[in-house]
Design a protein around this ligand. Sequence first.
Ligand code: ADP
Length: 398
Amino acid sequence: MKILVLNCGSSSLKYQLFAMEQEQVLAKGLVEKIGLADAIITHKTGDGQKIVNQTAIPDHAKAIELVLAALTDKNHGVISSMKEIDAVGHRTVHGGTTYAKSVLIDDKVVAELKRLIKLAPLHNPPGILGIEACEKIMPGVPMVAVFDTSFHQTMPAKSYIYGIPYEYYEKYGVRRYGFHGTSHRFVAQRMAELLGKPFDDCKIITCHLGNGSSIAAIENGKVVDTSMGFTPLEGLMMGTRCGNIDPAIIPFLMEEETMDIPAINAMMNKKSGLLGISGISSDMRDIEQAAAQGNERAQLALDIFHHNVIKTVGGYIALMNGVDGIAFTAGIGENGPATRKLVCEQFAYAGLQFDAAANQCRGKEVEISKPGSKIRAFVVPTDEELMIARDTKALASK
Ligand code: ADP
């Protein structure tokens, strides 16, 4: 069975084609600058060939046509015809409270995704464009929507209701949704395998630390709490996002700086976090390097980042009354030994015996706790595309 996974952004599209028998990636790539005359498609085959093509790509439909052309190309193609694609999985950001699981897409689902645009105005529209373009180009091929929010729908109300008048939850759905759910689910399921326990019988904390960062506490297969909220702005301080701040800061600054809503939103989403504090970069590598060279603001940004992660992990251990394993994933989690060390060493008191030598690794699955450690810690590279492909296979085969 061959499955195409699509992840549509407003001006970009990432894709991977899987052969599901061995869960093998046959080809993958990226279309950038959709809507512009100098758009770029970068296509990589499973055997390492890379083809880059620059051309005008007016919309997502044209982008998908070019992806299909690259996949079926006479020279570097990996399938002979589009008909070999059995199903398409779409990464979809927001499923609201409607979708607690992935779903086979039909007209009703598309209508519901349109209704949910209000909750994810930046992210759901490009996903819908991708779905509609596929329906046109590949009619009859089963399609599945896999949501960033759905895993977190297992949270109890005490974790997702905010301390504001209840009517706003009822009227507008203002509540914690949580994001990166596909990654947290993939990593948590893998953690259960590594711990040698059934997924529905363990306590796991997954730290997805990248440009966007979130942490989830998972007990007996269900999310107990997660750090992102109504939007992906809440929780940890991130590359350019502020994470948790006193909400009273917002009206204060709007008044003092005469900022309007777009300006305050841009400040919190694009100018804050590691970038806002250090004044030099949103990228962890730059921050670590500058701090090592004595840049005090970079060091402060680093300290705040670690402080936030430790506080959240510690809180989640308390909520679950313990934890069996802590997983680190995404750009910083997979590649940043310094962050992992600072976090893990903090939980020595709770029984995490950190293995500093094993921690000197980047981008691969490794246990970073010592044999016999009461709390175990692992680096688990995330694979959201594979998770989407698995869900798509399961639903499309029904
Ligand atoms: P996104 O949220 O955009 O998917 P990623 O998961 O790709 O982000 O993570 C990007 C982050 O990972 C950046 O802050 C980058 O600096 C960090 N990162 C990548 N490699 C390393 C490394 N070797 N050491 C520390 N941080 C790293």
